[in-house]
Design a binder for this molecule. Sequence first.
Ligand code: C2E
Ligand code: CA
Ligand code: CA
Length: 516
Amino acid sequence: MSRMHPTRPQVEIFVWLSIFLLLVLLSWQFHWHESLDAFVEEHHRYPLDDVFVALNISGFLGLIYSVLRIRDLSKEVNRRLQAEKNVDWIAYHDSLTELPNRRFLDSVCAQKTIDRWARQAYAVFSIDLDGFKKINDLLGHDHGDAVLKAVAQRLSSLFPGERVFRLGGDEFVILARRTGNPDLVAVGNSIVAEIGKPFTINGIAIDLGASVGLALYPDNGDDLNQVIRHSDCAMYSAKRQGRNLVKTFIPSMHDELAKRIRVEADLRAAIKNAEIVPYYQPLVDLKTNKVIGFEALARWKTASGEFIPPSEFIPVAEEAGLIVDLAEQLLRRACTDALSWPDDLVLSFNVSPLQLSDRLLGLRILKILGDIGFPAHRIELEVTESAIIQDAVTARIVLDDLVNAGVRIALDDFGTGYSSLSQLSNYQFDKIKIDRSFVTSFEANDKQDKVVKAIIALGAGLGVTITAEGIEEESQLRRLQDLGCDIGQGYLLGRPVPVEELAADHASASIVQHRR
Ligand code: C2E
Ligand code: CA
Ligand code: CA
C-alpha cells in the first residue's frame, strides 16, 4: 500500500554529500590546490599549513559527527512515523476484533464519493446478531467479547480479501466486491448459516442468530454511505420479521423505517408522560357468573385522540428497549388501581416474551408489589408458550422466583403456539387461556369443538383452571358452560374499560349483569 519515501535526514545527507563532491570537483577543475600551495608558499612565515591541517581534521570530525547525528535523527523520525502509524491503526480499527471500524468505513465512503470514476460494484451486507444481548446478560461480558471475536473470525474467513467492519456492539458490515453475477441472497444465507453454528466458549455451547440486510452499490444509490443505510434498513426489516433472515433492500423499507422511528420517538414520550395506561377487562366465573378479577390491557391514546393498539406498540417497545420501563409503569399503575378493589379480585397482567428473557424480571415484579403493598397471591401473570420456549432456562428461573413468592401463572393464547404438552408437564401453571381463535370458530367447526372439549378435560385432569377468551355470543357462552369451562372473558361479558368506569360500576359482578 505504501511506497517508500526518503526521510528528511536522508535528504540532508544527500545534499551535504553533493555539496562536498561539488567542492572537490570545483577545486580539481580550477586547480584550487595549486593556488593554495602558491599562497602558502608566499606566506611561509605564517604557519598556514598547520592551520589548514587543523581545518581539515576539524572538518572531517564535523562530517563524522554530522553523519552520526543524522543517523540518530533518522532513527527518531522512523520511530515517530511508526507511532503515528500505530495511532492511525488504533483510530481506524476495533481493538477487540481488530476489524476496521466505522471511521474506516466512513473514510472508504468519502474516498468512493471522490473517486466516482473508479467505481467498483459492491454488495453491502449489514449484519446484526440475534440473541447477543442475552449472552452478555447471562454469561457476562467476557463471554460476550469472546463471541464477538469468534464472529469476526468467521466473517473474515467467509469473505477472504474483502472488507469486514465492526460498527460497534453486535453490528457488522461487509463490503464485498461484485464480479460476475453471484446469487447474493445465497451469500447472505451463508452468513446466517455461519453465525448459526454453535460457538464454544470456555466449554459452554452458545447459539446465536443473525439478521442480514443486503443492498447494492451503485445499483441502490450513487453514494456508498447511502447504500450502507439502505442495507441497514433491509437488516432492520429482517430483524422485525424474525431471526435468521436475509432481506434485500426495496425502497418501501424506508417508509417502514421512518414510520417506526416516529412511533418509537412518540412511544418514548408517551412512556415519559405516562400516557399509556391499563384498561381492565373482567374475568368471569362461568359457574357463578361472578367477576373474579380483571385483565390489565395496555391502552395508548395519543394527543390527537387516536388509539394505537398494543399489538402495534408492544413490539416497538420491545425492540427499542423500552419494554422494561413501560411494563414497570403499567404494573405500578395497575397494582395501585387494584388495591382499591375488593380483596378477592385478582389482577391479571401480561408479560411479553422479551421480558421473560430478563433473569431479574421476577425480582423486579416482586419489588413493585412490595413497594405498593399489593399481595402476591392476588396477581396472575399471563405468559405465552413462545415466550417460554424462546429461553427456557431463564423462563424457569423467573417463573420459579414468582411462583415461590405466591404469584400465579397463566398460559396465554393456548393453542396458537407450539402447544407442546411438555410445557404443561414442565411447569405448574395455574391457568390455561384458550385462544380466541378457537372460541370464534368452535361452534361452526366440529373439530375445533372437540379440541376445546379436550383442552377443558386436560385442565380438569391437571387441576388447572381453564379460561376461554373472546366470548362475543350468548351461544358461545352457553356451549362453554356446558363443556365445564371455568372462566370466561370477552366483549359479551365486558369490554376493557378505563379505571374510572370500573369505579363507577363498583368493580363488581354488577358489570357483568349490566352488560349482558
Ligand atoms: P391478549 O393477552 O390475548 O389479550 C386479549 C386481547 O383480546 C385484547 O386485545 C382484548 O381487548 C381482546 N379481546 C378481549 N375480548 C375480546 C372479544 O370478545 N373479541 C375480540 N375481538 N377481542 C377481544 P388488546 O387489548 O388489543 O391486546 C392485544 C394483545 O396485546 C394482548 O393479547 C397482549 O398479548 C398484548 N398486550 C396488551 N396489553 C399488554 C401489556 O400491558 N403488556 C404486554 N406485554 N402485552 C400486552
Ligand atoms: Ca393476555
Ligand atoms: Ca390471549
